[in-house]
Design a binder for this molecule. Structure first.
Ligand code: HEM
Length: 141
């Protein structure tokens, strides 16, 4: 409930991307890239393109929260990030940056809303983290 309401305040009801959503993702990257290690990983990346890609993939994470089933696209993303060597700590920073952006852009965000966001993203993030661990185990077998 709290997550859905905050989500709607940020992104509206329709599936199409609007300006406020774009501003939100720019704010997210501003926080995310504060970490020198993360900044280094994105050094050669075309950031405007990345903002719009994250925009779409972000819906995959939200969808996992609702359906409990990873989409083919989420599996593809997990594999890409595993190859990039993204660690659990990086994913934790990703979530912290996301919550910072929610706090900044959703004027009604309180502690309970923040928790609701962390809760909603948890299944997708756990899947991405676990994918890397499972791949590593399978490779060593
Ligand atoms: C669950 C959270 C995340 C989502 C949804 C996400 C989403 C994406 C997407 C959609 C792409 C483009 C993939 C493509 O080529 O089709 C991408 C690429 C990338 N991601 Fe993530 N990402 C996440 C977490 C992270 C984290 C934690 C890091 C590093 C700290 C990271 C670093 C990168 C890098 C370096 C690329 C490649 C950029 C390039 O092509 O230059 N991502 N991510």
């Amino acid at each position: 409930m709290l997550f859905d309401e905050s989500y709607r305040r940020l992104f509206g009801d329709d599936v199409t991307l609007h300006e406020a959503a774009h501003t939100f993702f720019e704010c997210f990257y501003h926080h995310f890239l504060q970490h020198p290690e993360v900044d280094e990983l994105f050094r050669k990346t075309d950031m405007p393109n990345q903002v719009s890609m994250l925009h779409k993939s972000f819906f995959q994470l939200s969808a996992f929260y609702i359906t409990n089933t990873p989409s083919a696209e989420l599996e593809r993303l997990a594999a890409i990030h595993h190859r990039l060597g993204i660690s659990d700590a990086h994913y934790d920073r990703w979530l912290d940056a996301l919550v910072e952006a929610v706090k900044e852009k959703d004027s009604e965000c309180d502690l309970a809303t923040e928790l609701a966001w962390r809760w909603a993203m948890a299944p997708g993030l756990t899947y991405m983290k676990l994918f890397a661990h499972l791949s590593t185990i399978q490779q060593s077998e």
